[in-house]
Design a protein around this ligand. Structure first.
Ligand code: PLP
Length: 424
């Protein structure tokens, strides 16, 4: 991609001058805009306002449990049943915990490091070099967490239907490789959806590490943006059928269904994995916040209740994704300077600009008051080998702010592309 292929030298100079003028006008406008993090907008949080008055005086769960008291490490059966339905798992293979599935990922990695998994010959921390596969671009906090806990991060390419399996197979032949991050549905940031074929390969492949884990983070399982409600591939069934029942750990949460900071998280997997988790988690806490779990169960009623709520989220989110698509198409489409994703769900659009210009685009945007996620954030060690990827998070700003932010971003992308073409 480059402007030099689409413009003559004279046209390029004129285009650069014109884009510089547009950029200067934006600077004059004194913007203060932010499209960095995938947070729900206040109107989305308002959808679940009823939660704040639940469960009321009736604090007993269906089986009579007093949710105000200690205990119940597996979480409330009625809420587990709802999400088991949505995630395609047997309810006894899914537990409900506190807010933040990221905390479950942190804890399970920490338990494996400190104590090993059921198949580990020794705790991971005693095994020397340990590494995690990071399909990229991916979720920055996955990579940061693994790095923080001492794993070596190995990038592998992420395609439209999951990670490049040739690369994955090559790396898992090394016993230092302990696991892989997978966001199976509407991945952050590309929107990729893991196909059943790729899931089957991940389940069946031979790994040198006997205790290899798939961190199957289904954060966006029900976060559809189109009529095509893409169905998540199953990983627990294929892993069990391939003789690797403990390989997958499934994560999900209501962070982007109800309240991002006060939701419920879920951990799914084999009975042995859940017993392993509770065996360690029981030292960390006596039980989760069951009052919160009860009010979520009462609020949703059943799986259809969750899907109906997600339709209302879609009514708020889909027009914002349409703004992103329209501005990128109108402003960047006519030039050979960018490609971007058109996700069918999830929270992000992944924009690839001219190679070597992403960091410059982010710096140009910062100068005029537009905050973008730092370039490289979606790659291990925050290092994008082609310096081209920018993650766009359209959910939080109002439609008016998002329109302004996208127009400003388009100008920055064009200016950086023009500068690079002129310097060539
Ligand atoms: N997983 C993915 C892929 C995400 O994009 C996010 C948030 O952006 C999370 C997990 C965070 O989930 P939670 O709020 O349950 O910790």
């Amino acid at each position: 991609m480059s402007l030099t292929t689409s413009l003559s030298p004279e046209a390029l100079s004129a285009f650069h001058a014109e884009t510089e003028r547009a950029y200067a006008a934006l600077r004059e406008a004194g913007l203060s805009l932010d499209i960095t993090r995938g947070k729900p907008a206040p109107e989305q949080l308002d959808l679940s306002a009823e939660l704040l008055s639940l469960p009321g005086a009736d604090y007993r769960a269906a089986d009579g449990t007093d949710t105000r008291n200690y205990g119940g490490l597996l979480g409330l059966p009625e809420l587990r049943a709802i999400f088991a339905d949505l995630l395609g798992l047997p309810a006894e293979q899914l537990l409900a915990a506190d807010n933040a599935s990221l905390a479950l990922m942190h804890d399970t990695l920490s338990f494996a490091l400190l104590h090993g998994t059921p198949e580990s010959p020794e705790p991971w921390r005693d095994q020397g070099d340990i590494a995690f596969l990071c399909p990229s671009p991916g979720y920055d906090r996955h990579f940061a967490l693994a790095e923080h806990l001492g794993f070596r991060l190995i990038p592998v390419d992420l395609g439209d239907d999951g990670p490049d399996m040739d690369q994955v197979r090559e790396h898992v032949a090394d016993q230092a490789v302990k696991g892989i991050w997978i966001v199976p549905t509407y991945a952050n940031p590309t929107g990729a959806v893991v196909s059943e074929a790729v899931a089957a390969e991940l389940a069946a492949m031979e790994t040198a590490a006997p205790d290899f884990r798939i961190y199957w983070d289904n954060a966006y399982a029900v976060h559809h943006l189109s009529d095509e409600r893409v169905k998540s591939a199953d990983i627990v069934g294929p892993c069990a059928a391939s003789g690797h029942p403990n390989r997958p750990l499934v994560f999900a949460s209501t962070s982007k269904i109800t309240f991002a900071g006060a939701g419920v998280s879920f951990l799914g997997g084999s009975p042995e994995n859940l017993a392993w988790y509770t065996g360690h988690a029981g030292f960390r806490a006596i039980g989760p916040d069951k009052v919160n779990q009860l009010r979520h169960a009462r609020y949703f009623k059943d799986a259809d209740g969750v899907l109906a709520l997600m339709e209302r989220h879609r009514e708020i989110l889909a027009p914002k994704f349409a703004i992103v698509e329209r501005v990128l198409t109108d402003r960047l489409g006519p030039h050979d300077v960018a490609t971007w994703t058109r996700p069918k769900g999830g929270y992000f659009v992944s924009l690839d600009v001219v190679d070597g210009t992403a960091a410059h685009v982010v710096a140009l945007a910062k100068e005029i008051g537009l905050a973008l996620t730092p370039a490289g954030s979606s790659f291990p060690y925050k290092s994008d080998p082609r310096d081209r990827n920018i993650r766009i998070a359209p959910s939080f700003p109002s439609q008016a702010d998002l329109e302004q932010a996208m127009q400003a971003l388009a100008t920055c992308v064009l200016l950086a592309a023009a500068e690079k073409a002129l310097a060539a």
